[in-house]
Design a protein around this ligand. Structure first.
Ligand code: NAD
Length: 209
């Protein structure tokens, strides 16, 4: 992404992308900003302003060409640039995320999973191997030296009691972004960004408004 775009705009653009994917499935070639706005129950002017960031232009009385706009959003948000990630905790949630095929379409490539349960080690989930936690550093180094890619993202799906210790191991393994699904508030250096996936908070916000 060359220009900084706010989190709210990124979230709206991904919703437009879902709508455009649906257009493609239904062989619908054009869609207007008004139609997108109506589907999402937001302002038409907001949709036009967001889409202007992609340098896409619509046709009067017809709207935007759906495949072209979809591609423009992908370019703007960098879907093509694959970013590799580790998953720590190959339990219910970690396994479900590893199986989520759509991640690859959005540029997220799960490189490997890690767990402490000996029964899970060496199993494959969606073709991705589960390594013992003790091999985190080794696998990160291997990715860097052999596969020539630096894994900077980690998805944390361990029990809450193991979250802080796991975050410290991730920092040692040069992880720069932690997508934290645990209910633990992590203490990490300022150089590491944490995104807390607050499902309960989202639910309460949604049901209290
Ligand atoms: P789970 O018990 O199914 O999986 C946890 C996995 O982590 C297990 O495989 C366990 O062996 C492994 N583990 C334990 N300590 C570890 C360590 N130090 N390093 C690496 N792996 C370790 O739990 P879950 O339901 O998948 O939930 C995982 C986390 O996500 C929890 O913190 C939970 O609160 C949170 N969460 C879960 C859900 C959900 O729907 N399941 C939703 C939101 C948040």
């Amino acid at each position: 992404m060359s220009v900084p775009i706010s989190g709210k705009v990124i979230k709206r653009l991904t919703l437009y992308h879902h709508i455009l994917s649906d257009c493609l499935l239904k062989a619908k070639e054009y869609i207007s900003s008004q139609q997108i706005a109506e589907l999402l129950k937001i302002d038409d002017s907001q949709v036009r302003k967001d889409i202007a960031l992609c340098a896409a232009s619509g046709k009067t009385n017809v709207g935007y060409n759906a495949p072209e706009l979809k591609k423009a959003i992908e370019q703007l948000l960098g879907f093509q640039a694959q970013k590799a990630a580790f998953i720590l905790g190959a339990g219910n949630l970690g396994s479900a995320l590893a199986k989520h095929a759509d991640f690859a379409d959005y540029g997220l490539d799960i490189a490997a999973l890690f767990d402490i349960d000996p029964a899970k080690i060496d199993r494959l989930i969606n073709g991705k191997k589960i390594y013992p936690l003790s091999e985190l550093h080794h696998v990160a180094t291997h990715e860097q030296l052999v596969n020539k890619r630096r894994v900077e993202i980690a998805i944390l799906t361990v029990p809450a009691s193991a979250a802080q210790k796991s975050a410290e191991l991730l920092v040692q393994a040069q992880i720069k972004y932690i997508w934290n699904f645990t209910p633990t508030i992590l203490s990490v250096p300022d150089s590491v960004r944490v995104c807390n996936e607050n499902l309960v908070g989202n639910f309460l916000e949604f049901t209290n408004n």
